[in-house]
Design a protein around this ligand. Sequence first.
Ligand code: FES
Ligand code: FES
Length: 156
Amino acid sequence: MKRMIEFELNGQQVTAEVDGGDLLLSVLRDQFDLYGVKESCGAGECGACTVIIDGRAVTSCLYPAMEAEGRSVTTIEGLAQPDGTLHPIQESFIEKGAVQCGFCTPGNVLSAKALLDKNPDPSEQEIRTAIAGNLCRCTGYHQIVEAISHAAGRKS
Ligand code: FES
Ligand code: FES
């Protein structure tokens, strides 16, 4: 049965009509045109669909849309300033060559943001743990870890 839910999406209060089987990934892409939320495995294994919910990095392909009621959801589209100025983590990814094909990038950036918001000065191991659920076929992870570490330095 369909029902209206209300939640915060990238800083705005929004409503969506969802039913019990809807996943947050589909609602974000199909109802809000947020195509930075990628679908790949659809099984919680690749991290391409990562969003931040109430400060936590979450795989939206497994997250029931109804559970978003009353929560705060951030997608990659919510990170840059309205004038297009990129978030420091996004700038660091570009500077450090952590973006190649880009498919994993929204998920990795959002996992990094969730980490740095909680832990502004993470160790390399803490960074690797935070992105352990975000698979990247291109970079070998080194540049991603370096970019996150660089972003942490900028923020502090
Ligand atoms: S598409 Fe969600 S974890 Fe792979
Ligand atoms: S940059 Fe291609 S999968 Fe990560």
